[in-house]
Write a protein that binds this ligand. Structure first.
Ligand code: ACO
Length: 322
């Protein structure tokens, strides 16, 4: 038994934050942001929008694409680190919004790599024969974790959600997943839970916001992702020529180019959305996947390498025949 992606969907908030708008807010420039990151704008969740509402919107699209009724779902796995509450989980709130069936729903917290980790969970449940139809969502509102005047983070992060329906299949779909973590790097990138400090102190405490030593994160990301893509191909006895598309986490165009270079893949085989979206954390890979499925670049039967790196550090890849 294999697990195959039956349908994809995504949601991006309407409101956009452009580089020109950021120039008004902090000491930065459009040229610096484009040259160092490749990002032109990000979508920002508006009033009434959060990880749950965005996740639900992406999920409905994915279910429609898979032509699956919501009541046929067996499990919902949500990759997120930016729910409004510590609990209930974002997954439970999404379950309540989608269905009256008491199917299990839980969150996976692996920051920007969360979607890959969640996809691997779905893959295991389906391969073991436990479940047949699993909804996997990546949804994050990391713009709300960034201090409004911290140019290190606000230029990078946007909000959004992406979703896939993963289904039992006789045909290969998810070929393999490869996951890694290195908790010793926690000081380079993270966000403390605001409630740890109490509401009254929230605004005063810089440590209540996301912190990132970007340059150091960058170096580890490039090195680990290079090892990861090589590991993924070797484990399957494949070479880069066997891949049709690289669908990378959309953190920084220079990181993406370095990974493509390692694979010797031309950039016209790499899906990028970050000029429009910025880094949407756990939503980034499923948004890129859905965009390329909907515009016809990614076709059934093609081989995709999905990869992500982020806070933890946690990083992972999935080799997928779409
Ligand atoms: N605007 C203008 N100038 C800036 C900005 C800014 N927003 N930020 C930094 N600078 C300045 C610095 O002060 C420095 O100036 P100096 O040379 O006078 O000292 C110069 O630009 C270069 O700074 P670096 O930090 O070395 O810039 P770098 O090329 O590394 O780019 C960036 C910074 C874009 C953050 C990059 O390091 C990056 O993308 N890192 C990885 C981020 C990432 O992948 N995060 C993981 C996922 S996130 C998650 O999991 C939640």
């Amino acid at each position: 038994m294999f697990a195959r992606i039956g349908g994809t969907g995504h949601y991006l908030p309407e409101q956009c934050l452009t580089n020109a708008m950021l120039e008004q807010r902090v000491d930065t420039s459009h040229d610096w942001i484009v040259e160092r990151t490749g990002i032109h704008q990000r979508h920002i969740a508006g009033d009434g929008e959060n990880a749950v509402t965005m996740g639900v919107a992406a999920a409905r699209q994915a279910l429609a694409a898979a032509q699956l009724a919501v009541d046929d779902l067996d499990l919902i796995v949500v990759a997120t680190t930016s729910g409004d509450r510590a609990f209930p989980s974002v997954a439970c709130e999404i379950q309540a919004a989608l269905t009256e069936q008491n199917i299990p729903a839980f969150d996976v917290a692996a920051a920007c790599s969360g979607f890959i980790f969640a996809l691997s969970v779905a893959d295991q449940y389906i391969r073991s024969g436990t479940y047949r139809n699993v909804l996997v969502i990546g949804t994050d509102v990391l713009s709300r974790l960034c201090h409004p005047e911290d140019r290190n983070t606000i230029v990078l992060f946007g909000d959004g959600a992406g979703a896939v329906v993963v289904q039992a299949s006789e045909q290969p779909g998810i070929i393999s997943t490869h996951l890694h973590s290195a908790g010793e790097f926690a000081d380079l990138l993270g966000a403390n839970h605001p409630k740890r400090h109490g509401d009254a102190q929230l605004d005063a405490l810089s440590e209540a916001w996301m912190y990132m030593k970007g340059n150091e994160v960058f170096k580890v990301a490039v090195s680990k992702l290079s090892e990861l893509v090589a590991e993924t191909l070797t484990a399957n006895g494949l070479s880069a020529e066997d891949l049709d598309w690289l669908v990378p986490h959309q953190a920084n165009l220079r990181i993406i180019k370095a990974t493509a270079k390692k694979l010797k893949m031309p950039m016209n085989q790499v899906i990028t959305t970050l000029a429009d979206t910025g880094n949407t954390s756990a939503a980034s890979v499923p948004i890129a996947l859905d965009v390329a499925v909907r515009d016809g670049r990614i076709q059934r039967g093609q081989n995709l390498l999905l990869e992500a790196f982020g806070g933890g550090f946690a990083w992972g890849s999935a080799l997928v025949t779409y």
